[in-house]
Design a protein around this ligand. Sequence first.
Ligand code: HEC
Ligand code: HEC
Ligand code: HEC
Ligand code: HEC
Length: 235
Amino acid sequence: MRHSLTLALAAAAMFALLSGSASAQSFEGRKKCSSCHKSQAESWGQTAHAKAMDSLKPNTKAEAKKKAKLDPKKDYTKDKDCVGCHVDGWGKEGGYTVEDPNKFTTGVGCESCHGPGAKYRGIHRKAGAAFEKSKKSAPRSTLAEAGQDFAFEESCNACHLNYEGSGWKGTKKPYTPFTPQVDKKYTFNFDKYVKDTKAMHEHYKLDGTFEGDPKFKYHDDFQSTAKVGEKGSED
Ligand code: HEC
Ligand code: HEC
Ligand code: HEC
Ligand code: HEC
């Protein structure tokens, strides 16, 4: 028993090393995701996350900024104490930089929640084609191994709970200025927020190309009320 567990752990560690899962995941921006997932992309475009960079511009959200002791007239769009939580992949490979801003990583986009996509999007394409041909589904676990996130909560926390005293263990400067101390409405509650239609894209029916674990805890809920959407292809 113990021996096989050790072996399994060693194999897992080896796999992590070989696939470089922790370090070599690369952000690409939402262009490719959006061309295949047209409905989600369109819906996302209407959300607060999509417009997150606008909030850093001068003379926007003045009341909120004053309340958080920020200067409403200041341009914060290049301020490294701000930008990180209003874009994709800040400080990570392929992510947004102030020096070379990319419009497809501006705002809180697909990869901020679903994970950096360079490795898993190819699996979506292949599995989608195979499913169309033979209705054969593929395991979700291969997506997770390639860096796709099916739990979400830790990613949200990294932006929403990054302030002193939030109780989240990963806190690290720069902190968010918008904490429950400034206004109770900034209290982050994952189970409530993940269903908030102002900030989250709407859900569209999947064909069932992927199956098995890890599956998001509200996946079946969301799918049961999902709309019929429009798909696309990479080109
Ligand atoms: C990269 C940082 C980042 C990540 C990751 C992130 N958010 Fe956000 N979120 C923001 C920012 C910034 C705003 C404010 C956007 C604005 O108005 O400028 C926001 C706004 C929101 C709002 C709207 C709050 C309101 O004012 O009503 C909700 C709800 C929300 N996020 C939920 C989530 C959930 C759920 C997740 C994870 C699945 C998540 N967010 C992941 C940065 C992030
Ligand atoms: C650690 C991540 C983080 C950092 C750093 C950060 N923000 Fe944000 N910001 C957020 C999140 C999360 C929200 C959404 C809060 C909510 O509505 O619950 C937000 C919301 C906002 C809003 C909208 C508030 C509202 O009520 O509509 C403005 C404006 C804003 N941020 C500006 C800034 C500025 C300016 C800075 C730098 C001084 C900054 N942010 C730094 C995460 C961050
Ligand atoms: C703030 C976090 C967040 C952002 C940003 C985000 N998503 Fe999602 N997305 C989710 C969550 C949560 C689900 C529900 C997952 C499930 O049901 O398995 C989801 C589900 C999906 C699904 C499954 C079908 C559906 O509609 O539920 C697709 C496809 C998808 N997102 C694509 C995208 C694309 C493309 C973008 C960027 C244009 C994007 N997402 C941006 C959080 C996010
Ligand atoms: C070449 C087209 C293509 C690209 C590019 C692509 N996807 Fe997909 N994706 C698919 C197909 C096909 C499916 C299966 C859809 C179904 O079952 O109806 C899928 C499924 C998904 C799902 C649902 C997974 C589940 O739990 O069943 C999510 C979430 C998702 N994609 C997000 C993304 C994100 C984020 C990106 C960009 C990093 C992306 N996709 C890039 C074609 C693509």
